[in-house]
Every structure is written in C-alpha cells, then in structure tokens.
Design a protein around this ligand. Structure first.
Ligand SMILES: Cc1cc2nc3c(=O)[nH]c(=O)nc-3n(C[C@H](O)[C@H](O)[C@H](O)COP(=O)(O)OP(=O)(O)OC[C@H]3O[C@@H](n4cnc5c(N)ncnc54)[C@H](O)[C@@H]3O)c2cc1C
Length: 457
C-alpha cells in the first residue's frame, strides 16, 4: 500500500471512529478510517447489537412460557441455541454489510490493518505512512478483569459468553453492572440457574437507588440469585465447573464464571504516549472539546473516560468532525447522555438522580415525582410493574428522568430531549402523549410536577 494523505485520519472503525468519518465526509473532508478487525467495532460485532438480539430471543422464550396468561395456548419446549445464534449473527452480518456500503458510498477510504500513531499527523499501517491534517483516536475498549483473576477456560468474558454453543445449567456472574445484569437476564430466560456477585450494595449501582431496588425485587421474583455488598475472593476451576469464593467465606459453584467488572481503554501499544498523547489511568486525557495534548489529535469513545456507550461514541465522533470543520458544536455532558440497561425489566435514565440533584441544588430546591406504571394502561397490558421518576428543580427545569419496567428504554428519547433542552414540567405539560402508550407515564409525571395530575393523586 502506498503512503497516502487525507484531511482526517481516524484510528479505529467502531462507533466513535466511523461516525466521525461519516460526518467529516459530509463536511467535505477526505477521510481514512483505519481498522484492524471489522468496521462497526465492539458495538456491532461483540456488544450492543448481538446482546440485544439475545435479549430479544430471551423475551420470546418468556412470552412462549407465559402465553397462557394472555389466553394463548402454546408449549415452550427448549432453546435451540444454534437457531438463536443464526438469528443473532444474521442481524450482525446484515448491519455490517450495510455499514460497509454506507462508508463506501460516502467516500470514506477504509484501510485494513493495525495502525500506530507516530506523530501528531501520521499513522503507520504496515509499511505505509498515512498522513492527516488532523487525527482522531478511536481504539475502543477491552473486557477488564480483577487483579489475580485470569480469564480462560471456564472463566469467561462477554465476548466468549456471546458465542457459547449451549445454555449453561448454572452460571455465576461477577459484576452487577449493565453487562452482568443483561447476561443474567438472558441466561435466566433460557433456563439457567444464575447468581450475580456485586461488591457494591446494589445491582446497577450507578443508577437511582430506587431503580436498583426495583430491579433487585424483579430479579428475586424471576429467581435470579445475587450476592450484594460482598467482594469476590478467588475462583478455582476443573473439568466439571468453577467454585467461586467470596470474602465472607461463601462459595458458589457453577459451570461458568462470567467476569463483567467493566471495560478498560485500548490505548496500550498504539504509539499514543510516544507521540506525546498524555494518558490518565490508561484513558486518553482530553479537554472538553476532545482535544488531546497533541495539537490536531482528538480522541472519542471508550478511550475517553466516562460512560462507555455507543451513542456517546457516535455523538463524540460527530462532535469532533464538526469541531475540526470549525462549526463550534455543542458539548453534551456525560450526565445528560441517555443510559439504558436492556434486561427484563428494562432500566432507563438520563440526567441527575434525586440524590445528585439535592447535592447540586439543595434539598429545598428539588422536587421529584415517582409515577407507578400500575396506573399506566399499556404497562398493564404488557403485564409489567415499574415506575417513571422525574426530578426537577423547583420553578425550574427537569434535570433527571429514571424508569424501570418492560420496554421503558424506548421512553428515554423524549426524556433526554426534555432534560437536554432544560424544559420545565410547565413547558411540556400541554403536549400530548398517545393513548394507550407507556410514554403516557412520562406525561403523567410532567403533569403532576406542573401541579395538575391527571390519573394520579
Ligand atoms: C457486551 C456489551 C454490550 C454492550 N451493549 C451496549 C448497548 O446496548 N448500548 C450501548 O450504547 N453500548 C453498549 N456497549 C458499549 C459499546 O459497545 C461501546 O461503548 C462502543 O462500541 C465504543 O465505541 P468505540 O468506537 O469507542 O470503540 P469500539 O467499538 O471498541 O471500536 C474500536 C475499534 O478500533 C479498532 N482498533 C483498536 N486498535 C486499533 C489499531 N491500533 N489499529 C486499527 N484499529 C484498531 C478495534 O478493532 C475496534 O473495531 C456494549 C459493550 C459490550 C462489551
């Protein structure tokens, strides 16, 4: 491959890298997107898309098992994991093909190979030097483990878990965050006996505490076991399974241990520090406009400390392309990025928790309203419990929305607009919500906070 020059060179073709590429070509730049594996990255091939396909298959299994509740006679026989795999991989393959075509149609030059940053304007791929007036680093993340806990054999990460060719009979999940509770949800629906181990006092510990407690209740009802507030100590494995020991002496035996304790930034070995890019605990240090310590070099996505979510990476990719083009794009702070955990029941939130709002504005200045989905007709039809909690500043805007219940992930679109536009409940109370929908629950909470509740006291 010959040496080549572009307006923009992007290292890593995942959500952050390819969105920067697409926006930059729209803005008239020539773009090279360097990818060592497959464009689409973690989200498309190992993360969001395949796990959500699994969760949908799990929902179908639950629906088949519960069909009598709706007056439908059916028999749930078993999970055909080969069939589930073919459904999952089929979706990924279709989206991958679509993305490749889109990049081509937009005129992005995709370069296959591992790149290494060699200066503020150059990336080396094999023997070729790819030069850019600007460079974007978007090398993503990897599954972390705990000190002394080695992945291998029956101790697996999410990538191996995704590709299992069978449903484990009994599985332990280390970590009660998003990835851990999602896999626990799938495996339980598929018939496994599941135990989650979380060192902090609650599942999904970064969410509003009332959501964590509601999820714990729902999981208990589903028969998903969990050990909270106790740390992992060690694991042993042999041909028949694993034995996990916790610091309180309790042991859990299982067929597999999924390690889901978070993801580290893939920044080592890519030449970043040698080229002058400063790292901070492994993450690329950036200012609020995503500029690194080397002028002209930007970073986006999971290598930037904060929420590791695909849509944050998309937004940062677009932001950086617009920043380079001199458009002065708006900064979206992490707290206002929507967060969804796609387990059953789903959990969705945006903005400040009530506790954080009180910390920021003072107890007397914060008002919250928790609308139970028991009052929402569509949720009754779907047979889901849950709630939508809206947090506002008194006489001021909505600063947080937090929900739990089947399918509530779909409600966060409206919620994130309200929070990011700093709307007050009075501003939005007059706008309508289709009936019967689950998003009426949001409307009810806004009406209540505006002092005119409809289906609530
Ligand atoms: C199991 C799981 C489920 C998830 N579910 C969700 C979800 O439902 N919703 C959500 O928003 N997020 C989800 N995520 C997180 C989401 O996948 C990431 O936040 C997102 O993919 C980050 O995008 P990125 O561009 O920063 O990195 P990545 O998508 O990891 O892309 C980085 C790319 O860079 C390439 N690369 C790395 N180094 C080099 C190099 N030296 N040269 C060339 N190429 C290189 C890699 O091959 C990779 O393709 C999930 C993650 C996991 C693991």
């Amino acid at each position: 491959m010959p040496d080549q020059s572009f307006d923009l060179v992007i290292l890593g073709g995942g959500s952050g890298g390819y969105s920067a590429a697409l926006r930059a070509t729209e803005l008239g730049m020539s773009v090279a997107l360097i990818e060592k594996d497959k464009v689409g990255g973690t989200c498309l091939h190992r993360g969001c898309i395949p796990t959500k396909a699994l969760l949908h298959a799990a929902e179908v299994a639950d629906t088949a098992k519960d069909s009598a509740h709706y007056g439908i006679v059916s028999t749930f026989e078993s999970v055909d994991i080969a069939g589930v795999t073919s459904y999952r991989t089929g979706i990924v393959a279709k989206k991958f093909k679509g993305l490749q075509s889109l990049l081509k149609a937009r005129g992005v030059t995709t370069i296959d190979g591992a790149g290494r940053l060699t200066s503020g304007t150059t990336v080396q791929v094999g023997d070729s030097t790819i030069t850019g007036k600007h460079v974007v680093l978007a090398t993503g993340s990897y599954s972390r483990s705990l000190p002394g806990l080695e992945l291998g054999g029956r101790v697996i990460d999410s990538e191996i878990a995704l590709d299992l060719d069978h449903v484990p009979k009994k599985v332990a999940v280390l970590g009660g965050g998003v990835i851990g509770v999602e896999f626990a949800s799938v495996w339980k629906s598929f018939g496994a006996d599941v135990t989650i181990i979380e060192a902090l006092p609650h599942l999904i510990p970064n969410e509003e505490e009332s959501l964590s407690k509601a999820l714990e209740r729902a999981y208990r009802k589903r028969g998903i076991n969990y050990s909270l507030g106790v740390r992992f100590q060690s694991v042993t494995q042999d041909d028949s399974g694993v034995v996990v020991t916790l610091e309180n002496g309790k042991t859990i035996d299982a067929e597999l241990l999924l390690v889901a304790v978070g993801r580290g930034p893939s920044t080592a070995g890519n030449g970043f520090e040698e080229a002058g890019v400063q790292l901070d605990r492994g993450f690329v240090a950036v200012n609020d406009r995503l500029e690194t310590t080397v002028p002209g070099v930007y970073a986006v996505g999971d290598i930037v400390f904060g929420l590791q979510l695909a849509h944050r990476s998309f937004q940062q990719g677009i932001f950086v392309a617009e920043q380079i083009a001199g458009l002065n794009p708006a900064i979206v702070s992490d707290v206002n990025v929507p967060r969804i955990t796609y387990c059953e029941p789903e959990v969705a939130s945006v903005g400040l928790t009530e506790a954080k709002a009180v910390e920021q504005f003072g107890r007397d200045a914060v008002q919250a309203y928790d609308y139970s989905l028991a009052g929402n007709a569509k949720s009754e039809i779907l047979d889901t419990a849950g709630s939508i909690k809206v947090v506002r500043v008194k006489d001021g805007p909505v600063v947080g929305v937090h929900g739990i219940g089947t399918r509530v992930g779909e409600l966060i679109g409206e919620a994130q607009l309200v929070v990011n536009w700093e709307a007050t409940p009075e501003d939005i109370a007059p706008y309508l919500h289709g009936h019967p929908t689950q998003y009426e629950a949001l409307g009810e909470a806004f009406l209540a906070l505006a002092g005119k509740p409809l289906h609530a006291l």
